[in-house]
Design a protein around this ligand. Sequence first.
Ligand code: GLA
Length: 404
Amino acid sequence: MTNRLLFSLAVVVSILFQLPTAALAQQVPVSAGLALTPPMGWNTWNKFACNVSDELVRGMADAMVKSGMKDVGYQYVVIDDCWQVSRDKNANIVADPQRFPNGIKAVADYVHSVGLKFGIYSDAGSKTCAGRPGGLGHEYQDALMYASWGVDYLKYDWCNTLPDQDAKASYANIRAALDTSGRPIVLSICEWGKNQPWLWGKEAGGNLWRTTGDIQDRWAGQQKWGDGSCCSNGMLDIVDQQVGIGSYAGPGHWNDPDMLEVGNGGMTTTEYRSHFSLWTILAAPLIAGNDLRNMTPEIRDILTNKEVIAVDQDPLGREGRRVAKDGDLEIWAKQLRDGGRAVILLNRGSSQHEITVIWEDIGYPNHLSAAVRDLWAHKDLGSFTGKFSAPVDSHGVVMVTIRP
Ligand code: GLA
């Protein structure tokens, strides 16, 4: 009798204690805790556009491992636009049977088999930007399909949306659909900054959001698209559009100044080093966009510079900002978790110039002595008080950490 009573009591107590836990478990979405540092990976678009295939993606996953990129943190292999051709009679999305003869799941399985994660692309409108079937009205159906294929990352574009389609609601909807699948999937919002996604992207459940129109592989200068609409951006045009929105980024939710062009041939090695450095100081997602199967050693060294990547991936998750500008000479600084600063001296001009960072501009008192380390030369430069100066090549950067 006493035993039975004790047992019943134990059951009641355990139910009472489990209830709040169960209720809590329902509220925490499966995607919570994703992208605590900016996502790193590779995407087909910048180099291959619609020329995507099973073979290309497998080759790039292999190259990510072989080149050492996986070892320094690159993880997601993402197929952008043009993998999809139609919907079947049940409205399920259909992959291009010529380019993906074994279906998308086979590619995802391969990417997973080499220890990487797999991403895919769709669009919040009726069609993607390249005119393939979009996700509008099929969000839950598509999310379940993606999850069944083993998708870990979804880039969701904004072409061919309805004139009155609400961006925040649309992205919250696809996030809810992805979470319903039970698979943790990173959501990359791609509406080009049109509706100020930094104001609502986190609440909508986005892990990153594009802040601008597309990047193109050049140092600077906006250019009109073929249809006369405005505009693609050079690298520096994108950088300039990041000023003032840094405080909206943080662990799990990042400003995305678009994917990297490093290695695609339109800039010099010096310029690519600047491009990569600036993306890391911006705590930007590092999504390479070049052909990883045949990189020059210089390009590989840029993409795999651990000391520079550590600035991007610093766990504090603070986005850096422009702290000083004098014509073509700029200083960018990012606070690090250990109290140090990562600093870029950037020379946008056409001849070499000395640039000086003063401690006051990076939030240190001028009497402070601090150790300076050059992250591209991999060299300790010694202790400095109040300021640090270095000659900076045209279109180049000097990137250092400064630690009291
Ligand atoms: C848009 C996006 C690009 C790319 C293309 C694909 O332009 O901004 O990043 O995904 O669509 O068509």
